[in-house]
Design a binder for this molecule. Structure first.
Ligand code: SF4
Length: 357
């Protein structure tokens, strides 16, 4: 790779940033806890969607001690709707680790931050630079895009070697005098200027941009095809009896681990589901179909759902599955649950009334 030391790239970006930076709350602090929290919230999440969660979570848990002391159900309830619940679980784990093992203080260097659970290279570099002024470059999809276009890098960004190559280049570019500002600037530039549909006409780098000069803007960065989406079918049975509803907490290493849901079977076919779980058969006389949310799209999965509401008379006897439990219907509101179920409840007044007690 050619040397880029003293390249005007960094200076141009920082000048651009002074005029274009959005005023975001996590940019007004150098508290590593707040920066870390914002970075975890913003993983796989747009700023507009993440912002209300940032306010809610920093209000509910103003310090790492508050977060470490929180119970998981409360945290999941605040996290509800953000998706990727492994992030919330890791958040909790990391907060406890920082409190129990590090006396409540975040490590100050990239090489120590990266050892924390759920903290990857991007988040470690963000905290190290924003909170502690270390010259660690952030490298994410935005940075890949800018560097690939501007410097004409043809490496497939999904290839294992890409991170090393792009990080080495960013490491050469980041000024040691103001690394935090450079990282903020390159992230913002990727979001607002050199976006997937870039505004090259107003770009301050246009005169030296490889992709613009070579008319390759739409071909860079190079990205091989992502793996195909997995399609899954979930059959939900909301089984209610005598003011209670049957629920369980998802345990398996799968989507929505730790969240609560109604009786659920993964199968594309209702009859097959009943054959697999014979206890359902006598319940069907009390079942009505609900309007299901239909298709729910996650990053690599598509969930196609159907739902039946089963309201049983109080003297109806059946043997519930051992991993399910009865709770008061009104308690379901307090539990963390997937967005798919939130939508199901919102769309069905009869179900909403049952759960409101
Ligand atoms: S000229 Fe276009 S492609 Fe090149 S850096 Fe600017 S916005 Fe990106």
């Amino acid at each position: 790779m050619k040397k880029v030391t003293n390249h005007p790239f960094a200076e141009t970006l920082i000048t651009w940033y002074k005029d274009h930076a959005r005023d975001l709350p996590w940019r007004r602090t150098n508290d590593p806890y707040v920066i870390w929290l914002s970075e975890i919230i913003l993983q796989q999440t747009r700023i507009a969607q993440g912002l209300p969660y940032f306010y809610t979570l920093t209000e509910a848990f103003p310090t790492v001690y508050d977060l470490a002391a929180a119970d998981e159900t409360t945290l999941f309830r605040h996290w509800q709707g953000l998706g990727y619940y492994s992030r919330a679980r890791n958040l909790h784990k990391t907060a406890k680790h920082v409190v129990d093992m590090l006396d409540g203080k975040f490590p100050e260097t990239y090489s120590e931050l990266i050892k924390l659970p759920g903290v990857g290279p991007y988040t470690a570099a963000a905290i190290a630079s924003f909170a502690f002024g270390e010259a660690s470059p952030v490298v994410d999809g935005n940075v890949y895009r800018i560097l690939a276009r501007y410097f004409g890098i043809e490496t497939d960004i999904l290839h294992a070697s890409a991170r090393k190559e792009f990080t080495a280049l960013a490491q050469e570019l980041i000024p040691h005098t103001d690394p935090a500002r450079f990282n903020q600037a390159i992230m913002e530039f990727g979001s607002l200027q050199c976006s997937p549909s870039p505004d090259c006409g107003s770009c301050p780098l246009i005169s030296s941009c490889f992709a613009y000069r070579e008319e390759r803007v739409n071909q860079l960065p190079v990205k091989s095809k992502a793996k195909p989406q997995r399609i899954r079918h979930f059959q939900y049975f909301i089984i209610a009896q005598a003011g209670k509803v049957l629920v369980h907490q998802r345990q398996a290493k799968d989507i929505w681990q730790g969240l609560w849901e109604f009786f659920c079977v993964e199968s594309p076919d209702l009859q097959e589901t009943i054959n697999l779980h014979p206890f359902l058969s006598p319940l069907m006389g009390h079942a009505v179909a609900l309007q299901a949310p239909g298709v729910h799209v996650l990053s690599h999965q598509k969930i196609i759902s159907a739902a039946l509401l089963v309201q049983l008379p109080s003297d109806f006897k059946f043997e519930k599955p051992s991993d399910y439990q009865w709770i008061l219907s009104s308690e379901f509101e307090q539990l963390g649950k997937p967005v798919l179920l939130l939508n199901l409840i919102t769309d069905n007044i009869a179900l909403k009334e049952i759960l409101e007690g």
